[in-house]
Design a protein around this ligand. Structure first.
Ligand SMILES: CC(C)(COP(=O)(O)OP(=O)(O)OC[C@H]1O[C@@H](n2cnc3c(N)ncnc32)[C@H](O)[C@@H]1OP(=O)(O)O)[C@@H](O)C(=O)NCCC(=O)NCCS
Length: 200
């Protein structure tokens, strides 16, 4: 599979399965450029599971969204083209501003770990087969090798299976925030030593 097709499939999985955040509103073309930036970035990582030449699950991690957006700006004309349809929607523009405001606030926070699990999703046809666990553990191994001992995960309250999954992996809820107006999210903290404990 070409890299371009891989990013498109990851983006399609994201948009279909993580429909709470603003990213899904921006469409597969924009999200696909974002995953390209995550994959190519030095401070971020994209891991995928493929079956029969199809992406059936992925996880992305890194140190916040800012370096990723900055990398995307290197392909500004393509990004603008991908964003164009969304810029005509006031609701989508408002959501974009909300998330940018959040990432700015978050970068200055001293309480939260910098490293973050940015997104994870498994195709509904392949759920319940521990694919998410495999991806989660691989990401924690990579974070560990980078000397990271704690990372955060921000999860919309409505994503109930994701909350069960993170708690099972040993992540602890540490705060409630509103990334979007009237839409609560929980911030989890995952200590890497706790992942190992949870597996024992
Ligand atoms: C969270 C998520 C990644 C977990 O993926 P997964 O690979 O199915 O994880 P697991 O194999 O550990 O199984 C998860 C659950 O599915 C159940 N399950 C078992 N067989 C199943 C099947 N055939 N189909 C669906 N679920 C099944 C498991 O028992 C487990 O139950 P629980 O939620 O009550 O604990 C997946 O639910 C998902 O993609 N959700 C949508 C995206 C999302 O919310 N991402 C997080 C936001 S960043």
């Amino acid at each position: 599979m070409s890299k371009r097709e891989l990013y498109r499939q990851v983006a399609a999985l994201h948009v279909a399965n993580i429909d709470q955040g603003f990213l899904s509103l921006l469409g597969v073309r924009f999200v696909s450029l974002m995953y390209q930036a995550i994959d190519e970035g030095e401070e971020s990582v994209l891991l995928v599971i493929e079956r029969d030449d199809r992406v059936i699950g992925f996880v992305a991690g890194g140190s916040g969204m800012r370096p990723i957006y900055r990398r995307m700006l290197r392909h500004a004309p393509r990004v603008m083209l991908a964003l164009l349809p969304s810029l005509f929607s006031l609701r989508r523009v408002r959501r974009m501003l909300e998330i940018l405001r959040y990432s700015h606030r978050n970068d200055r926070s001293v309480h939260l770990p910098r490293a973050e699990l940015l997104s994870i999703a498994v195709d509904p046809a392949y759920r319940g087969q521990q694919h998410a666990e495999t991806l989660y553990r691989k990401l924690t191994e990579i974070f560990s090798r980078q000397g990271i001992d704690e990372f955060k995960i921000i999860v919309g309250t409505a994503l109930a299976p994701a909350h069960r999954f993170y708690r099972r992996m040993g992540a602890l809820p540490i705060a409630e925030i509103e990334v979007h107006q009237n839409e609560a999210s929980t911030i989890y903290s995952q200590r890497l030593s706790m992942t190992i404990d949870a597996a024992e």
